[in-house]
Ligand binder design. Structure first.
Ligand code: ZN
Length: 407
């Protein structure tokens, strides 16, 4: 226990070094290349050097991408051997950022990071710079103080999180780098007091629904087939069916039920006196993990057939996004228990496992059967202008990481 205490003290005394590290890293613009951004590679090389300087082993995992000048996207892993060598606790942070958006909303240059009132301002400071810094200093502290992790402690710095992870965590998972018995912590979402541990996501299903009828003059509807009316019937019947069929409640989530919302409609005809022959509408469905999306889609298909028969229109359903999240991490998983204990011991907090509506890389780990918690202490400034990271949070999260690695 005393080497852990030493590590925690060392982290506290490294406050200025951590801040300095952030100022240097955030200067390296690392906007995701999907929108033409540059610098993710350079930031990866910076991190590689920092890990090596700390005496940590580094493995570079290149994923080919012809869109970038370097020809590859870089992911880095480093490992501290634990008492139990067959299993690894992985901490994952991402190197890339989103663009700065409109400059006029920024009080300071997003790529010239500054410290003001205990906060570091700059694009990527919170998302996901804080996690990079906290995990790096947790690793350094354990190594310096000779605090051996319980299981191996692995840290992975990934590319491409902001644009679907196809060059980041997904190929690493496909390569079998992480084992189903491993644990994962993703410090890429959180709350200002760190009291929520995200362990599950609803599945996401976005549908584009195209209804075809026959366009005619508004005064002679009998000669055509009103696609709008058929589409409205479909929307209402679908809404009723899904809400009456998928009734389960899970108090882990807020809201506790699955949600099925008719959202966008594309514009149809330009004038009031034309019966539309085409209607395009959308549904945003967030489904509790207990319902496989295949089953939900089958139900949707049966409503489609019924309404087609009833109206004579043809209805086409295209899933625009279909993210299955059927593997929630159990509330009693060791990764959750470790975090709860650390937060109790270090902050006097009673942290609570929660589920969210969907959208973190935690989902990819869980799909491989890896127990995963998404946790950090942040004010939730991701993707916003004047994004910042509180130095206090950065230091204290590093202590939590050191704690959970060694207990
Ligand atoms: Zn992020």
């Amino acid at each position: 226990m005393s080497s852990l205490n030493n590590a925690i003290e060392w982290i506290e005394s490294s406050r200025d070094d951590m801040t300095q590290f952030m100022l240097e890293m955030l200067k390296i613009k690392a906007v995701n290349p999907a929108g033409g951004g540059k610098g993710e590679y350079e930031r990866a090389m910076f991190m590689k050097k920092r890990l090596e300087e700390a005496g940590l082993n580094v493995t570079q995992h290149d994923v080919p991408d012809t869109r970038v000048a370097e020809g590859v996207r870089v992911n880095l892993t480093t490992l501290l051997e634990g008492e139990e060598r067959g299993r690894t606790l992985w901490m994952a942070a991402h190197l890339d950022t989103v663009p700065e958006g409109s400059r006029e909303f920024w009080a300071t240059d997003p790529y010239v990071p500054v410290v003001k009132e205990g906060k570091i301002f700059g694009r990527g400071a919170e998302d996901n710079g804080q996690a990079i810094c906290s995990t790096l200093f947790a690793l350094k502290a354990l190594k310096k103080m000779g605090a051996k992790p319980k299981m191996n402690l692995g840290v992975v710095y990934v590319s491409d999180e902001e644009s679907g992870s196809k060059y980041g965590v997904i190929p690493l998972l496909e390569k079998g780098l992480f084992k189903p018995t491993d644990l994962a912590l993703v410090p890429d979402a959180g709350t200002p007091d760190g009291s929520q541990i995200e362990i599950a996501e609803k599945s996401i299903l976005w549908l584009k629904i195209t209804t075809k009828g026959k366009q005619v003059h508004g005064s002679t509807p009998e000669k055509g087939l009103n696609a709008r009316r058929a589409a409205m019937k479909f929307a209402l019947q679908l809404d009723d069916t899904l809400h009456s069929k998928y009734l389960a409640m899970d108090s882990l989530f807020d809201p506790p039920a699955s949600t099925f919302e008719p959202t966008k409609c594309d514009a149809n005809v330009d004038n009031v006196n034309t019966v539309p022959g085409l209607d395009v509408q959308y549904f945003d469905c967030r489904v509790l993990p207990q319902y496989p999306l295949k089953e939900v889609m089958k139900e949707i298909e049966s409503v489609k057939l019924r309404v087609e028969k009833e109206t004579g229109a043809t209805i086409q359903i295209d899933p625009m996004q279909s993210e299955e999240n059927t593997n929630p991490t159990p509330t009693q998983s060791p990764i959750v228990e470790k975090l709860k204990t650390a937060l109790k011991q270090l902050r006097g907090l009673e942290a609570k496992p929660i589920g969210i509506g969907g959208g973190t890389v935690g989902a990819y780990f869980r799909r491989k059967g890896i127990d995963t918690a998404v946790w950090s202490t942040i004010d939730d400034l991701a993707h916003q202008p004047n994004e910042y990271c509180k130095i206090e949070n950065m230091v204290h999260d590093a202590k939590v990481f050191a704690y959970i690695a060694t207990t």
